[in-house]
Design a protein around this ligand. Sequence first.
Ligand SMILES: *Cc1c(COP(=O)(O)O)cnc(C)c1O
Length: 376
Amino acid sequence: MIPYGRHFVDEADVEMVGRALRGDWLTTGPLVEEFESALETVVGAPTVSVSSGTAALHCAYAAIGLGAGDEVITPPITFVATQATAIQFGAVIKFADVLPDTGNIDPAKVEKLVSKKTKAIVAVDFAGKPAQLDQLRAIADKYNIWLIEDAAHSLGTSFMDQPVGSIADLTTFSFFPTKNMTTGEGGAVSSPNRELLNKARLFSRQGLIRDEKFFKIKTEGNWHQEVHDFGLNYRLPDILCALGISQLSKLRARQSQKNKLFKRYTSELEGIPGLKLPDPGENSEVNWHLYPIRVSPSRRKEIFNKMRSSGIGVQVNYIPAYWHPAFDTSSYPKGLCPVAEEFYRSEISLPFYAELTEVQQSAVIDSLRGAMNYLD
Ligand SMILES: *Cc1c(COP(=O)(O)O)cnc(C)c1O
């Protein structure tokens, strides 16, 4: 089976992790800061490493002080962690429908949902392609609310020459194996706003304050640390930061390899009736995470099954988040976001990762043509 996504680990990664394992630190050691500085050079803003993309979202919401009854505007086309972590703070999720070409949140729909209770807009860069960050930024500024970007798919992407990570108030990343790079499990939060990032960092490190100039308790000795706001343990250990440093050094090379694969898919699949290809769009330099195609909803399952049975590990991204039974259907009925529902019903993600060989890619293309009964 050719999988839809796959990590890439080489001997240099193994060597780096081995060095960390033989060193003095397994968890909070020097490689944490080294990885965070390396990330900063890619994302263009100070960054904190955490234990997953889900943890990163949880920390971002903690940083803005998200609380019970606050509203968060999110798109349905995402992995449900975008919403689940906000719900942990008692926030109310508002779903804004998406743009039909990209699956990204539609700024016009966002503006209609803004209320006095709105605390944040959360954009998701579906497949790696950035959301309309300029328009979302303008709405956030106009109503004085936060802009958060779930960039689990888009590490390495730029929007209008600015790297993803330096644009929103807080940006979150995931290093799950299928994403643009991996630490096994892992994630990060970046922010151009030092104060926000510090809050995210504290939340991810149990809220422990170690700098005596901030202490409220002044009577203790050098061992003392104290907590002002409760946090959790979302640290990314030194061992995984070692892997991260090594993985990050390969990000650009893999991006350019994926760009070649992206172009080849597009040139080989263009013109097939009933097939919509991902829109490369303008104003952005994309580090693609997925190659999402759309077919007729009435044939999606058949095409998916045919491809799977011919050994092509296609995937579907994503079921609209509010379709998960965890959401109450009286507040989130079917049909709430019709564009997103149509997007989901027609979507198939083709196998896409830098190490996909030309022969494998040809097999995917042939399988799709066959499944669509398109024989030229
Ligand atoms: C992968 C992903 C997450 C969660 O990241 P984990 O590292 O798996 O916790 C969140 N949002 C989106 C859009 C994702 O794709």
